[in-house]
Design a protein around this ligand. Structure first.
Ligand SMILES: N[C@@H](Cc1c[nH]c[nH+]1)C(=O)O
Length: 388
């Protein structure tokens, strides 16, 4: 290993330097205060825990994304948390199981063995909120509104919202009786958003003509919610099990549009992004010039069940570092004071007092040229602030 190699960071792993680190920290405090003002209680789940508890009930995609290590103490396999949501679900179901509605927020580093996209860091700072105990429209509208309001607080402009519903796909798959392998193939085709390939697949794999029509229709369910009405109605006729979920997407879209008239919005039922644990309405926010979602979330009503308490659940997450970069957060420049190096206890007292008032005070060391707004000088028998 050459000395140059020793300083190499692994792919997708970054270090944050001044002044970006200060901006990120400023934004973290601001957004957590905002989430607190909205009634969300901060939780800090462990970064490392036994793999069983970390991955129980979450699905294969999170497993593939999780770094694994052996615990030298117990010999058991542990994992570095790749996503805070299942851990918060466990807190809600088990460690902090309250009656009624629970609201939690979080902000911490998570670790991805495999990054979620070419743009994404393998150590994102995941910030988000989760809401438990309410299955209805109000909870979905609350959490999407909270996500959009938080993005506003982070300085995001021209946010676009995508609404999808994995429940529609699941209801369709159930009715058509397709197996797990066929579902995987379908997922891949829907991700490519190629209606012709999907139609060919449906003709080949399905005998029931109404199911062929339903799958072909699914590939076209993308557009403004008003424009989608007729297609949604046809889909509900073909797949009665999806009718409630379709109606739900429409209602959520109407409510969110009233609160955020300037946010462009699109329903996209071909969008099956998200983790395996999502069960219903899913959503993602985008801004121009950035190819990935800047925040995403959805319903995951089943996750708490494996921890002993199935609860209605919805939430969202974002990467704080991405928000800080795209939102161009302005941090106030603190007034900087330079003080001489001296063992006078009165100088030490004066320095501490200025620091407690929020000023940045540096003690000048040898050859240290500090750009400062003012300096501490000994004048008329006391330490005084003088313009630099
Ligand atoms: N944790 C999910 C988003 C989410 C939060 N709550 C529900 N879903 C993600 O990072 O994609």
């Amino acid at each position: 290993m050459t000395s140059a190699d020793r300083w190499l960071l692994p792919d997708g792993i970054d270090e944050v330097l001044p002044p970006q680190a200060r901006q990120i920290e400023h934004l973290r405090r601001h957004l957590l205060d905002f989430l607190d003002n909205c009634g969300y209680d901060l939780v800090i789940p462990p970064a490392l825990e036994y793999l069983d508890s970390l991955l129980t009930g979450t699905g294969k995609d999170l497993d593939l994304r999780t770094f694994k290590v052996t615990d030298q103490l117990s010999g058991r396999l542990m994992g570095l948390s790749a996503d805070t949501t299942p851990q918060v679900a466990r807190i809600d179901a088990h460690s902090y199981a309250q009656d009624g509605i629970s609201r939690f927020s979080y902000c911490r580093t998570v670790f991805h063995a495999k990054s979620s996209s070419l743009l994404a860091s393998r150590t994102p700072t995941q910030i988000g909120a989760e809401l438990y105990g309410e299955a209805g429209l109000d909870a979905d509208v609350e959490i999407i509104s909270l996500m959009l309001a938080m993005l506003e607080q982070a300085g995001m402009q021209q946010v676009h919202l995508d609404l999808g519903n994995v429940g529609v796909f699941r209801a369709l798959a159930r009715q058509a009786g397709i197996n797990a392998d066929q579902q995987t193939e379908l997922f891949a085709l829907l991700k490519l958003k190629c209606a012709t390939d999907l139609a060919v697949w449906a003709e080949r794999e399905l005998s029931d003509a109404s199911m062929v029509e339903a799958f072909t229709l699914l590939a076209t369910l993308q557009g403004g919610h008003e424009a989608m009405r007729a297609q949604f109605a046809r889909m509900a006729e073909l797949v009665p099990g999806a009718a409630d979920e379709l109606e739900h997407v429409m209602k959520v879209a109407e409510h969110v549009a009233k609160r955020f008239p300037n946010t462009s919005m699109m329903c996209d039922l071909t969008e099956l992004r998200g983790y395996d644990y999502h069960t219903g309405l899913v959503f993602a926010a985008y801004v121009p010039g950035y190819g990935d979602a800047i925040a995403q979330g959805g319903r995951y009503d089943e996750t708490g069940a494996v921890f002993g308490r199935a609860r209605a659940a919805t939430g969202f997450s974002a990467d704080l570092k991405v928000l800080a970069r795209l939102g161009d957060v302005k941090t106030d420049r603190k007034q900087t004071v330079v003080a001489p190096s001296s063992d006078d206890p009165a100088l030490w007292q004066a320095i501490q007092q200025l620091r407690s008032q929020g000023m940045r005070v540096l003690v000048q060391l040898n050859h240290d040229a500090v750009p400062a707004d003012s300096r501490l000088d000994y004048l008329d028998g006391q330490w005084q602030l003088v313009e630099a």
